[in-house]
Write a protein that binds this ligand. Structure first.
Ligand SMILES: Nc1ncnc2c1ncn2[C@@H]1O[C@H](COP(=O)(O)OP(=O)(O)OP(=O)(O)O)[C@@H](O)[C@H]1O
Ligand SMILES: Cc1ncc(COP(=O)(O)O)c(N)n1
Length: 266
């Protein structure tokens, strides 16, 4: 049986992040990919120049049109942009009882440009986290959601992940890509409070555009194909690490380029 995976996110014309990265990841890992667009973003490897938000009513229109027809096996939620869109997505999760909801709480692009209005952080905290089967913040995003300074080591990451679970997220994968060191370590706190770390050697590349989008999409795609969340995270981590290792094979733009989503194919 095919697995239908839905991305609810913004766009990236350069193809390395957002909806485009999500579709590539779904496809590379054996999912049938579908999309609901929340924002049109004029961006490339060097940064964001303009954002055109999709009105919340039209996000709802896309969701109901799709979900009245198609069974969804997992959902990846990325850039939402505004409070209204966060609320529209939360309503759809409830109405359609969407399974395997992975929330990547995208706030700021690697280039430093904001992708979520500051006043929408409260809606992500109160409307989205309690509906997430897994939330995948990086260190600054976890800090924003908690109103605390970013974690600086593994103990701090564990404390932040625990607190995010207390805000209602069923599971938390706190990504350590922003910490220095020879390894890039992510920490999963499961629904029973147990923790697992996932460690990969840090890849010496500048081409890291869309790593967060790719990891969360890989987890969503693999979850229905694996016995549990830790197995899905483990294999998604291997996928993003190999995509980073092969990123320099691509030749896309003048800034932080994309990772190689199809490293297993070409
Ligand atoms: N240079 C690297 N080498 C190996 N793994 C990395 C590297 N950079 C990031 N990762 C891994 O990539 C995944 C995404 O982590 P990161 O912390 O970069 O997320 P992010 O900041 O949300 O990404 P994005 O900037 O796309 O939003 C994590 O599994 C992280 O450990
Ligand atoms: C539409 C969209 N969603 C998410 C990101 C974050 O990815 P990155 O921080 O790697 O640029 C992005 N740049 N664009």
């Amino acid at each position: 049986m095919s697995r239908n995976i839905l991305s609810i996110a913004g766009t990236d014309p350069s193809g390395g992040a957002g909806i485009q990265a999500d579709l590539k990841t779904f496809s590379a890992l054996g999912g049938y990919g579908m999309t609901v667009v929340t924002a049109l973003v004029a961006q490339t490897t060097t940064g964001v120049s303009e954002v055109l938000e999709v009105p919340p009513e039209f996000v709802t229109g896309q969701l109901t049109t799709l979900l009245d027809d198609v069974r969804v096996d997992a959902v990846k939620i990325g850039m939402l942009g505004s409070t209204g869109v966060v609320e529209a997505v939360a309503r759809a999760i409830d109405r359609y009882r969407l399974p395997n909801v992975v929330v990547d709480p995208v706030m700021v692009a690697k280039s430093g440009d904001r992708l979520l209005a500051p006043e929408a952080i409260e809606a992500v905290r109160s409307e989205l986290l309690p509906r997430a089967d897994l939330v995948t913040p990086n260190l600054p995003e976890a800090a924003e959601l908690l109103g605390e300074p970013p974690a600086t080591d593994l103990d701090g990451m564990r404390a932040h992940a625990d607190r995010l679970r207390k805000l209602g997220a069923r599971r938390v994968l706190l990504k350590g890509g922003h910490l220095p060191g020879p390894d890039s370590v992510d920490l999963l706190v499961s629904d029973d409070g147990g923790t697992t770390t996932f460690t990969a050697e840090r890849v010496p590349t500048e081409n890291t555009h869309g790593t967060g989008c790719t990891l969360s999409s890989a987890i969503a795609t693999l979850r229905p194909q694996r016995p549990g969340w830790p197995e899905a995270v483990r294999d998604a981590k291997s996928y993003i690490t190999e995509a980073l290792r092969r990123a320099d094979d691509l030749d896309v733009g003048h800034g932080k380029g994309p990772v190689h989503h199809f490293h297993a194919w070409w």
